[in-house]
Write a protein that binds this ligand. Structure first.
Ligand SMILES: [Zn+2]
Ligand SMILES: [Zn+2]
Length: 221
């Protein structure tokens, strides 16, 4: 077994212990049944040896270090799920596998950026709690995300377009020709019945459906 595989095995095991703990189950038997690992005995031995988990009366518990590692993994996984569903509008069922890959590669710094970008969400799309990070502690209440959809933007505010997620790719060039492209600075004039925004001297009206696909960051003046 290579070192990389070993690391992933351990990561998966730590996540499983976390999830079982959330449900109030620390039984070793439950862990063995729920794990996809071909050899849970050796896996548990490894966790023990690396001082990540300890056994007590047929129950499995984290050590302090194990809990810390698991918390980071779960946090990255659930934030990735939020990113994929909220920003890229992927269906919840489709995001789990990709989120699992992200949790192994996201750096601490990038995780904080993603969390801040999403507005320090408290739960994943499945409704499970996202462990808090350093960035979240700075905010006592849930703040509005840094980037919002144009349709949810504040009327009268000025913002910069950060990205566009078109449901129809031909839309991008049409929006482009109107000057609506990543980096453009806009002023939001009206929300209903259509979304009206101003770019330079031009006023553009958009269907609310299209305004949902444009993401803006408010410019504080
Ligand atoms: Zn989830
Ligand atoms: Zn945060």
């Amino acid at each position: 077994m290579t070192i990389i595989q070993d690391k992933e095995r351990i990561d998966e095991a730590l996540e499983l212990i976390w999830v079982l703990g959330e449900e109030g189950h620390n039984e070793l038997a439950r862990f063995s049944i729920s794990s996809d690992d071909p050899d849970t005995d050796s896996l548990i031995e490894t966790l023990n040896k690396k001082a990540l988990a300890r056994l007590e009366n047929d129950q499995i518990f984290f050590t302090e270090n194990g809990r810390k590692q698991a918390k980071g993994l779960i946090r990255r996984q659930r934030l990735a799920e939020r990113l994929f569903t909220d920003v890229f509008e992927m269906p919840v069922e489709a995001v789990v596998d990709d989120a699992c890959k992200m949790e192994h590669i996201l750096s601490e710094e990038l995780t904080e950026s993603v969390c801040t970008f999403l507005g320090h969400p408290q739960t994943c799309p499945h409704g499970k709690p996202i462990p808090r990070g350093e960035c979240c502690k700075k905010f006592k209440i849930e703040i509005t995300p840094v980037v919002t959809r144009l349709c949810d933007f504040e009327v009268g505010a000025t913002g910069k377009i950060t990205f566009i997620v078109p449901s129809d790719s031909s839309r991008i060039s049409k929006l482009n020709s109107l000057g609506i492209t990543a980096g453009s600075v806009i002023k939001f004039i009206q929300k209903t019945p259509s979304c009206v925004l101003q770019i330079d001297e031009t006023t553009v009206a958009l269907d609310p459906e299209i305004a949902r696909e444009i993401h803006v960051k408010k410019i504080i003046q």
